[in-house]
Design a protein around this ligand. Sequence first.
Ligand SMILES: *[C@@H]1O[C@H](CO)[C@@H](O)[C@H](O)[C@H]1NC(C)=O
Ligand SMILES: *[C@@H]1O[C@H](CO)[C@@H](O)[C@H](O)[C@H]1NC(C)=O
Ligand SMILES: *[C@@H]1O[C@H](CO)[C@@H](O)[C@H](O)[C@H]1NC(C)=O
Length: 380
Amino acid sequence: MAKSLSCFFLILFTLMHFAWGCFKYTCKTSEQVFLPETCIYNDNLTDTYYSRKCSDSKYQCVPDQTSSYQFNYSCSLPTPQHYSNNPGEFCKTSDDCSYALPCKDGICIGTAKGGECQNSGTCEPGTYCKDNICVPQIKIGESGCTSDYDCVNNAACNETSYNDPTKNTCYLYKSFKVHDPVAQCYNGKSMLCPYSICWEDFHNRVFYCTDLFSTVKGQGAECNPDEEDDSCESNPDSFFNPPYITGGNCQCSLNSQGTAHCSALPGDPASLQYNKIWTKWIESKDIFKCNTFSRTDSNCVKTYWSTKDYNAFVYYQTQLTMLNSIIGAEDCVLETMAENWLEIKNAYDGHGNNDDDSDGNSDSGAFALEISILIAVAIY
Ligand SMILES: *[C@@H]1O[C@H](CO)[C@@H](O)[C@H](O)[C@H]1NC(C)=O
Ligand SMILES: *[C@@H]1O[C@H](CO)[C@@H](O)[C@H](O)[C@H]1NC(C)=O
Ligand SMILES: *[C@@H]1O[C@H](CO)[C@@H](O)[C@H](O)[C@H]1NC(C)=O
């Protein structure tokens, strides 16, 4: 329902492991001879990917179109992409706006209050689609919501009753306390909870906000992708019955040793860093300038925040997503398989925390547009 990031050239890889471990990723050796177009050569005898940068930065390194078990990657020109931004987000022409909405003064324009709608994605910021009409979002402390998107942009719905929305109230994000009951908990998340995490107590079948938990073995701990192991486990929250223990995902990394590592849990440093800038966004006035679906979307952040703050937002967000994929990865591999991560990192470093100026016109912001969240190579 909410729009996706598909407008970027979003290369969604999943670093899959094969039957007996992870692939290895390293630089092309001087003895190896590559075809001109090859940027990654897969040696199927050693299960190693050898990488070299494309000759020109206008190329992208993409998997060869083949269904074979293991494959090379080639340098190719990316196809031009358009955004599909929601009302309130930037555009050059109407092609950059979702639902072919008009682009006026560089912003996608939605349907105003009182206009017809099919879903909230076409409604102007400050409104949502109710019974096919864009109506003002529900304020904090008021009832009638059936989803978080019905509430003002800094609030979520405590949806106590599915049948009777008058029992459901909009509350400020993060306004509940640790171990407060919460009506909904999707995939362990509720924006109402102090750390946005929750869990069900299986004894009394009630969802509660959980305390902050982290990876016992440390952020990005090495793990075994092929077997059940406890490397990625969190510390327990004993408030729950039985005590709540969760774990990060174990994923193969892009390094030359072929090791796998755990994704970060909410209490791990990468999550805390992202949470800090994310909280700054949800507490800012700018969040109200976004369509209800794209309230936390990086394109809306880009539209209203300075280049410096936006770069930091995207940097911490991407770092969190890619953390375990990039552990120990060599630059020659990142240059082909995680090019966008390098661009985001350079934009962030370049706009450093040391320049506090009015800045903004460097083109490093443009890099960060291409949030390709690295990952697949599903090789079976
Ligand atoms: C993979 O790349 C290498 C080096 O360029 C080349 O020799 C080989 O033929 C390629 N294999 C396939 C299946 O395209
Ligand atoms: C390994 O690659 C070669 C050619 O590059 C191919 O002939 C062979 O079948 C491959 N082996 C496997 C196990 O896929
Ligand atoms: C939120 O919903 C839960 C479950 O219905 C309820 O127990 C709790 O009291 C609600 N919280 C508030 C602040 O209304």
